[in-house]
Every structure is written in structure tokens, then in C-alpha cells.
Unconditional design. Structure first.
Length: 385
């Protein structure tokens, strides 16, 4: 096992009716800004529960954080929050609202000229306004991690940052808030969480059987509960299990002491940036080709994954590797998520554009062995055509 340090300070408040508990988590005299998306929280009662829990606190609202949150929108929120001297933010929504809020709290305290540099120039965040979250979409794990992915609409760039200052103070996970999710978002959430686990598991063995089995248990639970969530999206137990899987998939716990990949995410973000394809769908396009392309160096873990998660145990090594990748694709497709670029009407010109961008950005050494270069990215994407 590799050396590691681990800290996760996020308080999780899980279960039915738990939105009311935020009353005890936010200082009584806080000047609160609520951030949210396009308005789903107004239709499903979540907004009303949040307002009731905040009681007499002074509240400002910022509505309209879009999926794949835009820097341009978030800077408006920063200005509003500064004008009202906000000292606590409550993000209510999915990964986009939570990621957007992480950027807002960091940008409010940013002393340089342009907070975009936190993303583009990797300027470290040194302080941030405190914030909490009410999660309404199990998928990203953003509710229990410090990462954030922000899009600049003007240039179609989608970049990530993270900081010890951008962990939420608390996150409320009430599975009942997910009852109004469209099936498309449930499918997205399952595939995103599943891929988060694979990014931290399908690398090479370092004799870390506990991490392996924890990762496999999340995969097996998603495999079981995912299809149930599609069939019965208002079943409390199913949605509870799905929600907790998504959080556990990316809260840092399965990553400790093991190598991680993240090349699929890095490449896939470009497809959202350029074409607005849902995050999870871009992962489903890139992952199978990346696994095939790197199957030699990922062999041991791929075979283990195939056997323990999909029951692939017979045939030659090559046959088992292919059967494992096929089982992963079939799982995505049963969730109605397509895995080829052509399914999204994306062609070779996009691959050329991604290669051009990566060369310009100096992208190199992706993946757990730091051996994926721009020419490999081109081949992986070509395999996904
Ligand atoms: O805007 P509203 O009205 O809230 O509607 C949203 C949005 O249209 C809707 N929705 C959310 N909860 C709902 C609901 N509709 C009905 N009922 C509910 N309970 O769902 C739509 C999609 O929401 P969004 O927040 O965009 O989805 P998701 O949670 O999948 O977040 C995706 C974003 O997270 C980033 C992605 O890149 C993308 O920008 N990621 C963040 C990560 C992190 N911070 O660790 C890791 C991930 O890999 C990912 O990159
Ligand atoms: Zn993801």
C-alpha cells in the first residue's frame, strides 16, 4: 500500500426530514445566501423546507446556476454576495450547484485580479466563505469532497480545482429529495458514481485488499440498486442506497493508499465543454475505449473487476478482458446511456479540436502510470467514434 494522509471534515446529515437539521448547523446570526439551479427545488418542496429551517436568518437568493456551472454566472453570484456581506452560503441542488458554490466561496475571498486564475493558472485557494449543502441529485460526490468543475462559456473551457477550504461544513442527504429526478439524471448519477469508483480502482495492484473490496462493494451495490432506482425512483430504500453509494464513491475514502487514474474524466470534460453532452454520458463514451487501449497495463485489476463484479471467470485472458469491458458497456446501455461518439453526433473534427487544445495546454502524462500522452488521447477517442 502507498503512503497516504486522509482527512474529510464534512458532516453528513442523512435521512428523511433532515433538512430541518440545518437550523442547528448555521450560526443564528449568519447572513445567508441560498444558491440553486433552474428551479426544481421550488417544484418539489425542498425550497420550502430550506426556508422553514433557516427561520429568521437574513437570506439572499441566487437562482440560475446552470448544469456545468458557468464562471460568468457564478461571478454574478460573487458580486451579489459581496454586496450583501454574506458570510454563509447554502447550496441546494446537484453537483453543478454545489461545484458552483465552491467557486463562489473561493472567489469571494480571492485577492488577485480574476478568480478564473484559480482554475486556469491553478492559483491556490487560501481562504473561502463557509458553506453547506442540501443534495438533490446523487452522482458527483461533490457534497463530501473539496473538488469543483467550472465551465467558462466564452471559451468553452471546463476546468477543475480543489482546496482544503472548499469542503462543505455539512451536507444534508435526504433521499426523498430525489423523488422528482428525471430518469435521465438517475442514469447519469449511476454511471458517474460507477466511473468514479473505476477511476480509483482499475489501475494496478498495490496489495490494498481493503480498498479493493470497498471499491467493489460500491460497484456491486450500484449494479444492484441502479436498475431498481430506474424502475422505482420513489422507493426510499433504493434511493437511500444509491445516494450513499454516490457519496462514498468520491469522498476520498477508496482512494487512500492506491494509484488513481482520472484520465477518463480529464478527456471527457472536453466533450461537455465542446458539445454540452451530460457529464456521465461523456464518461460512458471515453471509459470503454480507454480500458481497451490500456488493457495490458490494467490487466490484473481488470481481470479482478471482471470476476468479482461481473462474474467473468472463464476463457482466455484476452477473452475475459473483452467480456469485462463488454459487461461494463452493457450495464451503461441498460441504463439507456450510449457509449459511442456517433450516438451524440460527434465526429473526427471534435477529436482534432481536443488534440489541438491539449497540445496548446501542454497536457501530458495522464493516467495512473503517467503514460497517456496526447497521441494516446487521439487513439482512445478514435476508438470511441
Ligand atoms: O437546475 P435544477 O432545476 O436544480 O435542475 C437540475 C439540472 O437540470 C436537475 N435536478 C437536480 N436535482 C433534481 C433535479 N430535477 C428534479 N429533481 C431533483 N431532485 O438535474 C439537472 C442536472 O443537475 P446537475 O447538478 O448539473 O447534475 P450533476 O449532479 O450530475 O452535476 C454535474 C456537474 O458536476 C461535475 C460535472 O462535471 C458537472 O459539471 N462534477 C463534479 C465533481 C466533483 N465536484 O467532485 C466530480 C464529477 O466527476 C463531475 O465532474
Ligand atoms: Zn464524474
Amino acid at each position: 500500500m502507498n503512503n497516504f494522509t486522509f482527512i474529510n471534515p464534512v458532516k453528513i446529515i442523512f435521512g428523511k426530514g433532515q433538512i430541518a437539521a440545518i437550523a442547528d448547523e448555521i450560526p443564528a446570526d449568519a447572513r445567508v445566501m441560498i444558491t440553486y439551479g433552474g428551479g426544481s427545488i421550488k417544484e418539489n418542496g425542498v425550497y420550502d423546507q430550506v426556508i422553514a429551517a433557516l427561520g429568521n436568518r437574513s437570506i439572499v437568493e441566487f437562482k440560475g446556476i446552470e448544469p456545468n456551472p458557468h464562471y460568468e454566472t457564478l461571478m454574478q453570484a460573487v458580486n451579489l454576495a459581496k454586496r450583501h456581506r454574506i458570510d454563509f452560503i447554502l447550496a441546494v441542488g446537484g453537483g453543478s450547484v454545489i461545484d458552483g458554490t465552491k467557486f463562489i466561496v473561493a472567489a469571494m475571498e480571492y485577492e488577485g485580479e480574476d478568480a478564473w486564475d484559480i482554475l486556469a493558472k491553478k492559483v491556490p485557494v487560501t481562504k473561502a466563505v463557509p458553506f453547506g449543502t442540501v443534495l438533490t441529485l446523487p452522482a458527483t460526490g461533490s457534497e463530501m469532497n473539496s473538488g469543483s468543475v467550472i465551465t467558462r462559456a466564452e471559451t468553452k473551457e471546463k476546468l477543475a480545482f480543489g482546496s482544503p477550504f472548499t469542503f462543505p461544513k455539512f451536507s444534508v442527504l435526504d433521499p426523498e429529495t430525489t423523488y422528482t429526478l428525471p430518469l435521465r439524471q438517475i442514469s447519469n448519477g449511476i454511471v458517474d458514481a460507477f466511473t468514479h469508483v473505476l477511476e480509483q480502482y482499475l489501475t494496478y495492484p498495490v496489495n490494498a485488499p481493503l480498498q479493493d473490496r470497498m471499491a467493489e462493494s460500491i460497484l456491486l451495490t450500484l449494479k444492484e440498486e441502479g436498475p431498481k432506482a430506474i424502475l422505482n425512483p420513489q422507493d426510499y430504500d433504493t434511493m437511500s442506497n444509491f445516494m450513499w453509494c454516490a457519496t462514498m464513491a468520491l469522498n476520498g475514502i477508496i482512494r487512500v493508499g492506491v494509484p488513481t487514474d482520472w484520465a477518463t474524466h480529464y478527456i471527457a470534460h472536453e466533450l461537455t465543454a465542446l458539445h454540452g453532452i451530460d457529464h456521465a454520458r461523456t464518461l460512458a463514451i471515453v471509459l470503454p475505449s480507454l480500458l481497451r487501449y490500456k488493457q495490458e497495463t490494467k490487466k490484473e485489476k481488470l481481470l479482478q473487476y471482471g470476476e468479482r463484479v461481473w462474474g467473468v471467470s472463464s476463457g482466455t485472458e484476452d477473452e475475459r478482458l473483452e467480456a469485462t469491458i463488454q459487461a461494463t458497456i452493457a450495464f451503461f446501455e441498460t441504463l439507456d446511456i450510449k457509449t459511442k461518439l456517433k450516438d451524440y453526433e460527434v465526429g473526427e473534427d471534435t477529436i482534432r479540436e481536443i488534440v489541438r487544445r491539449f497540445e496548446e495546454r501542454g497536457v501530458k502524462n495522464l493516467g495512473e502510470r503517467a503514460d497517456i500522452q496526447v497521441k494516446d488521447v487521439e487513439e482512445i477517442l478514435t476508438m470511441s467514434l
